[in-house]
Write a protein that binds this ligand. Structure first.
Ligand SMILES: NC(=O)N[C@@H](CC(=O)O)C(=O)O
Ligand SMILES: [Zn+2]
Ligand SMILES: [Zn+2]
Length: 346
């Protein structure tokens, strides 16, 4: 097969940042994707309904002329978030989810939750109203190894929370482990998982072998190869509980290539090319549309996009510029380390 037309995809986990960076990157997502769940981890974070409305307006203003791209907004959960404000924003159709960052777990998560008891009133309100909780699922305790933090989160935070609030709908974002995949598969309702493009392609060797490779560093950190294989199996299985959330997370090169490099990988421009390659290799091109365009909207209670995109397999590799020049600085594009022949037809 060398041509594939699918419903226009959506991205269920995206970092657009703000200001000059946002203006530089938003077009890369809007080119291929109909909608995206926009992460609220700005500095300062998007905490209130008013913050989300203002941020959404800035994104819409930065879109290329004629773009129909829709940003789906989220609120950053803090220990002082007001349940009434969250409910109001949800009922007004302004937000699609609330995002839980354990404090200190990842980029710009300092305002996140330390004591879950303090977040319970908001979580109870969300369970009652059917508003989705998106989670960065890693514990932060110093004595828990970074490669175990997702599995320990499932056991010590996620499972107790779900036992306490079974009605709460939870998206486990950027699942990186077989433990995460198995946990979702073994649950009968109210939990789904998003998978990133890069975690379907890299394992921890890509970060650490032959020198330290900061452009493959993200959180949750890529794990062993058997975990990557479990993620590919989940993505290509057609199971409706798994869908694309690229976690495309641009940082300027000086923030990545330094003594304490930021976590985050920029994948927006070549995600669809990478995914077509991964799905073709798995003999599952026929499942790509479910993963990128159908499972996500079904989980979030939305209709799939009505228009389509066409992927074409070229005879020669598609050349993506290795770096994007934004007003904020240079951003390095994810390099899958294999040639990409699949292209999105303009
Ligand atoms: N994924 C990352 O490594 N980084 C994200 C934050 C996040 O999604 O955890 C970022 O904002 O840069
Ligand atoms: Zn995260
Ligand atoms: Zn993210």
């Amino acid at each position: 097969m060398n041509r594939l037309t699918i419903r226009r995809p959506d991205d269920w986990h995206l970092h657009l940042r703000d200001g000059a960076m946002m203006e530089g990157v938003v077009g890369d997502t809007a080119r291929h994707f109909g909608r995206a769940i926009i992460m609220p981890n700005l500095v300062p974070p998007v905490v209130t309904g008013d913050d989300a409305a203002a941020y959404r307006d800035r994104i819409l203003k930065a879109l290329p002329e004629g773009s129909a791209f829709q940003p789906l907004m989220t609120l950053y959960l803090t220990e002082t978030t007001d349940p009434a404000d969250v409910e109001k924003a949800f009922k007004a159709g302004l937000i699609q989810a609330v995002k839980l960052y354990p404090a200190g777990a990842t980029t710009n998560s300092a305002s996140g939750v330390r004591n879950f008891e303090n977040a319970m009133p908001v979580l109870e309100k969300m369970a009652e109203t059917g508003l989705n909780l998106c989670v960065h699922g890693e514990v932060t305790a110093h004595d828990v190894d970074i490669f175990d933090r997702e599995a320990v989160f499932i056991e010590t935070v996620l499972e107790p929370l779900r036992a306490r609030l079974p009605e709460l709908k939870i998206t486990m974002e950027h699942v990186t482990t077989k433990d995460g995949v198995d946990y979702i598969k073994g649950s009968d309702c109210n939990i789904a998982g998003s998978l990133t493009t890069h975690h379907l392609i890299i394992n921890r060797n890509d970060i650490l072998v032959g020198g330290i490779h900061p452009h493959y560093y993200c959180l949750p950190v890529a794990k062993r190869e058997n975990h990557r294989q479990a993620l590919v199996e989940a993505a290509t299985s057609g199971d409706s509980r798994f869908f694309l959330g690229t976690d495309s997370a641009p940082h300027v090169d000086p923030s990545k290539e330094c003594g304490c490099g930021c976590a985050g990988i920029y994948t927006a421009p070549n995600t669809m090319s990478c995914l077509a390659h991964v799905f073709e290799n798995a003999g599952a091109l026929d499942k790509l549309e479910r993963f990128t365009s159908l499972n996500g909207p079904a989980w979030y209670g939305l209709e799939p996009n009505t228009d389509t995109i066409t992927l074409v397999k070229r005879d020669t590799p598609v050349a993506y510029p290795p770096k994007l020049y934004t007003g904020a600085g240079m951003v390095t594009l994810f390099d899958p380390k294999f040639a990409l022949f699949w292209d999105v037809e303009a």
